[in-house]
Ligand binder design. Structure first.
Ligand code: HEM
Ligand SMILES: *[C@@H]1O[C@H](CO)[C@@H](O)[C@H](O)[C@H]1NC(C)=O
Ligand SMILES: *[C@@H]1O[C@H](CO)[C@@H](O)[C@H](O)[C@H]1NC(C)=O
Ligand SMILES: *[C@@H]1O[C@H](CO)[C@@H](O)[C@H](O)[C@H]1NC(C)=O
Ligand SMILES: CC(=O)N[C@H]1CO[C@H](CO)[C@@H](O)[C@@H]1O
Length: 511
């Protein structure tokens, strides 16, 4: 279906929603309205930028023009952009605000694909959501913080990657990293002896890629108000919706039904088993709702969405940057060589490797893969620094802008791993003002529960790669553009796939 069709639909929606615009006036007496662009011009550029997948650029122009808080009104939906990391932390975390600012807006995706209000990441903070989040956070944190327990397993999977790569002199790097990351997600979900097959990994990947096709402005804008269109034969909405539901159900078969069949209480293998145990404990306490089967399925889907592309793209970006800056690659390698030498990389090494840690943080900043993190929604009118944030407003932390503000970052578009090191080459503490300019994993009751897991795994992947290989550009193969401003954006923004040359470092270190 073509552009004209979408545009016709958008115009229809515009007409439908126009009537709603006259509704409300602010209730908090003295609070000022948040500044921002107005009128038809604003609507037009908003729609155009959303359809071109570059709303982060428009939001950046507005940030520069209007300041730290910018509000727009799109067909009576208020959107508030937060352009400063510290301010975002206050808005999401301040005791007087946090009960109001941590809901999620309703989406078609959440309601019709991720099990409605039974999910955790896309649903508002109900009591049941809080129970789910607490249990989930506990389980995932266990894998993040107890990573040493699982290191052997994890290194075995990395070992596979190293073995595959050692006989090659060039490699489809993006592909290898995707596969390695999928194995990480598999091990998180199904545990150490996951017996993971190609079909399982395909189910994970397929769900993610199909979803990023649908995670798309036109689809949400049309399907949210007109959900029945998903059933109308011949429309692209039905085709995409059907494909997504099939991908979701394949995932649920591969990781929920399969694991539930062989689950034994007390012998939990991975996150899914731990959630099933939590479920039976809640049931014993008389709560059959908070973590019903659909909730566990939703958490499976959400883990897949949240963990695979974010992690794979960060490693991809970092290695692409290291290929383009061989001197930084050498610096990283010399830290790996002096701290780890011929040993098997371990999280033990992490605290002695500030340059590596700083490179990973800088890659996360540089890429800012999710330009607006995940959207929050405001439950009631609240006042913030004298401004009114209205009930129902969507709150977007503009990480894309926060991570590049010229008043907070020197050469914001340059990859500079040592920007997070002090004069002695030590990593700046997490509460150092420079690191407070970051908002990579969000903040507060909606922050990323997988942060420790993601960071520990990225560390092990990166040091294993750098310990064993040198990466370089091939003469006849063009590398993708490394400037984030030129990347294609889907659900996350990332550089294109690439092939590169590899040269084993003198000896391969297999665990
Ligand atoms: C480089 C890797 C990652 C990055 C940059 C990242 C970043 C984020 C961000 C920015 C949010 C939204 C915060 C907000 O709404 O304010 C988020 C939410 C979430 N992340 Fe991550 N994440 C990563 C990896 C992971 C991994 C590995 C997992 C799972 C183990 C995970 C699970 C989740 C979940 C479940 C949520 C939703 C939380 C909620 O709504 O309460 N993430 N992540
Ligand atoms: C925006 O992203 C969607 C989904 O990934 C894609 O189908 C569409 O072609 C992109 N639009 C543009 C103008 O690049
Ligand atoms: C993998 O196979 C082993 C041996 O058959 C079994 O004990 C284990 O539960 C399986 N793991 C999963 C996640 O199915
Ligand atoms: C890498 O491999 C994947 C999957 O086999 C393929 O789709 C992609 O086009 C390859 N990329 C390059 C740059 O060769
Ligand atoms: C870099 C930049 O544009 N910063 C602006 C952020 O917003 C404040 C107002 O709150 C402006 O004063 C800054 O110029």
């Amino acid at each position: 279906m073509d552009l004209t069709f979408y545009i016709a639909l958008l115009i229809l929606l515009l007409a439908l929603w126009y009537c709603r615009t006259l509704r409300r006036s602010p209730s908090l007496g003295n609070a000022k309205t948040i500044p921002g662009p107005k009128g038809f011009g604003c609507l037009k550029s908003f729609i155009a930028s959303s359809r071109n997948n570059n709303s982060h650029e428009l939001a950046t122009e507005w940030a520069q023009q209007y300041g730290d808080l910018v509000q727009v009104n799109i067909l009576s939906q208020k959107i508030v952009y937060i352009n400063d990391s510290r301010l975002a932390r206050v808005i999401f975390n301040h005791p007087s605000l946090k009960e109001m600012t941590n809901d999620r807006p309703d989406t078609f995706l959440s309601k019709y694909v991720i099990y409605g209000n039974k999910n955790m990441a896309f649903t508002s903070r109900t009591d049941q959501q809080k129970v789910r989040r607490k249990l989930y956070h506990g389980v995932v944190k266990f894998y993040g913080e107890n990573v040493r327990k699982f290191e052997r397993i994890f290194m075995t999977s990395l070992n596979k990657l190293t073995r595959e790569m050692q006989s090659l002199n060039e490699v489809n790097f993006s592909h290898e990293i995707s596969m390695a990351t999928l194995r990480v997600v598999d091990a998180l979900l199904a545990g150490e002896e996951s017996n993971c097959t190609k079909e399982h990994l395909e189910a994970l990947e397929n769900f993610d890629t199909t979803l990023s096709e649908l995670f798309y402005f036109d689809m949400e804008a049309v399907l949210k108000p007109l959900p029945f269109l998903r059933f109308v034969p011949g429309l692209p909405f039905k085709t995409k919706y059907d494909a997504l539901i099939k991908a979701r159900d394949d995932l649920v078969n591969a990781y929920f039904h399969r694991l539930k069949e062989t689950y034994i209480k007390g012998q939990e293998r991975g996150v899914i088993d731990h959630l099933l145990t939590a479920q039976s404990k809640l049931e014993e306490e008389g709560d059959v709702e908070s973590l019903c089967d659909d909730s566990v399925k939703a958490l499976l889907c959400e883990t897949t969405i949240a963990s695979f592309l974010t992690t794979a793209h960060t490693v991809n970006t970092l290695v692409l940057l290291l290929i383009l800056h061989p001197e930084l690659q050498e610096k990283l390698h010399s830290e790996v060589k002096s701290v780890i030498g011929n040993e098997t990389p371990s999280l033990r090494h992490r605290s002695s490797m500030p340059y590596t840690e700083s490179s990973i943080i800088e890659a996360l900043r540089y890429a800012s893969a999710g330009p607006f993190l995940l959207p929050h929604s405001c439950r009631e009118d609240v006042e913030m620094n004298g401004y009114l944030i209205e009930k129902g407003a969507i709150l977007l932390a503009n990480a894309w802008y926060c991570h590049r503000r010229s008043d907070q970052w020197e050469e914001p578009w340059t990859f500079k791993p040592d920007r997070f090191l002090d004069d002695n080459g030590q990593l700046l503490q997490a509460d150092h003002p420079k690191r407070l300019n970051l908002i990579i994993f969000g903040s507060g009751s909606r922050s990323c529960p997988g942060e420790a897991f993601a960071r520990s795994r990225m560390f092990l992947i990166v040091v294993t790669l750098i310990q064993n290989f040198e990466f370089f550009a091939l003469d006849n193969v063009k590398l993708p553009d490394v400037d984030p401003r030129n990347w294609e954006s889907k659900a996350v923004r990332a550089p294109g796939q690439f092939k590169c040359g590899i040269r084993p470092r003198t000896e391969i270190h297999l665990p």
